[in-house]
Write a protein that binds this ligand. Structure first.
Ligand code: NAD
Ligand code: UD1
Length: 303
């Protein structure tokens, strides 16, 4: 079949994507600096290049001979982007430009890349469509929006087909729970599973659109299949919102525990409501997220 490059393929989402590509009979080459990703996440059948996606030569070598590139390498934490503005910019935007440039030099290799709901900022209530005016509230979101702008340049000026996938809150097995910047579901599953209490930041009524990693992988592979020239962006979301309080209760129910749920201060710059409109991805890609939250949470808990 074909060979695909997956940048960030030793990470949470990338390693699930590598599994799916291998299962479909493709060859997988991963470029990852193992900063947050782990070799252990990766199927040994995948080729692993340990290197920096912001190094043009490294990316050029990795791009040779591939049928398509999934660009997922990034520093995925909003909090780290706030602290290390310039350092995360290198991983989150400079690397993307090197990937797009290498794709053009290799003969317009199609690129499907991870954008984020963070480009929207706070849009108030209601499901957000792709044509909402972007207003990122932090460096991470600004860099993801920058990726989209450069991806449009790649398509318009250099003929590189690109698809930007605006992931909402992704969860599932292998999401690292160990850092204070980890995703809320990985933290709650890890702590509640170990009989420890959890903290809701603020009143716990803030909401998120949680999308299971297997659905995200399907969105990525669907966007790559039969990719046409041009640039497009899609929400990758369920269209359902869950409050952080409801989330804690659902996980506790699945575990059959009644944990200590405390309240801490609201996180500075926390978005109040984040809900995606999945209609464009459904209409244009035929993609719909299918995994109910309880099913995805049970899989995350290993049940
Ligand atoms: P992750 O941290 O598990 O994966 C990112 C991978 O990129 C890691 O393996 C890391 O080692 C690698 N990496 C980082 N900098 C690199 C560099 N300079 N060169 C090479 N490799 C590098 O995070 P994830 O949740 O799997 O995120 C994957 C992508 O999805 C990222 O682009 C992230 O911004 C985006 N995203 C994630 C979410 C979410 O909810 N998890 C939401 C929106 C967007
Ligand atoms: C997440 C992603 C980010 C992505 C964005 C897109 C992670 C780590 N971050 O940010 O990469 O671009 O979605 O929508 O996946 N919370 C608690 N208690 C905790 C931890 C978190 O109450 O112990 C709350 C937070 O304050 C927040 C919500 O849970 O209100 C979700 O937080 P988090 O999982 O960190 O994700 P986002 O900030 O939405």
């Amino acid at each position: 079949m074909a060979t695909y490059l997956v940048t960030g393929g030793a990470g949470f989402i990338g390693s699930h994507l590598a599994d799916a590509l291998l299962a479909a009979g493709h060859a997988v080459r991963v470029l990852d600096d193992l900063s947050t990703g782990r070799r252990a996440n990766l199927d040994p059948r995948a080729e692993l290049i340990v290197g920096d996606a912001a190094d043009g030569e490294v990316v050029r070598d990795a791009m040779r001979g591939v049928a398509g590139c999934f660009h997922l390498a990034a520093i995925a934490s909003v909090a780290r982007a706030n602290e290390d503005w310039a350092g995360t910019h290198r991983a989150n935007l400079t690397a993307t430009i090197h990937v797009l440039d290498a794709a053009r030099r290799e003969g317009a290799v199609p690129v499907v890349y991870a954008s984020s709901a963070a480009i929207y900022g706070d849009q108030g209530h209601g499901a957000i469509r792709e044509d909402a005016r972007p207003q990122p509230l932090n460096a991470y979101g600004a860099d993801k929006l920058g990726c989209e702008l450069h991806a449009a340049v790649a398509a318009g000026v250099h003929g590189v087909p690109t698809r930007g996938m605006r992931f909402f809150n992704v969860y599932g097995p292998r999401q690292d729970p160990s850092s204070p910047y980890s995703g809320v579901i990985s933290i709650f599953c890890n702590r509640l599973g170990a009989g420890q209490g959890i903290t809701l930041n603020g009143d716990g009524r803030q909401t998120r659109d949680f999308v299971f990693v297997a659905d995200v992988v399907r969105a990525l592979t669907t966007a790559m299949a039969d990719i046409k020239p041009g640039a497009a962006v899609y929400n990758v979301c369920t269209g359902r919102e869950t409050s952080i309080m409801q989330l804690a209760e659902t996980i506790a129910d699945l575990l059959g525990t009644s944990p200590a749920i405390g309240h801490g201060p609201a996180r500075i710059g926390d978005i109040r409501h984040s809900l995606g409109d999945p209609a464009k991805a459904a209409a244009e890609l035929g993609f719909r997220a299918e995994t109910p939250l309880a099913t995805g949470l049970a899989a995350t808990l290993g049940r």
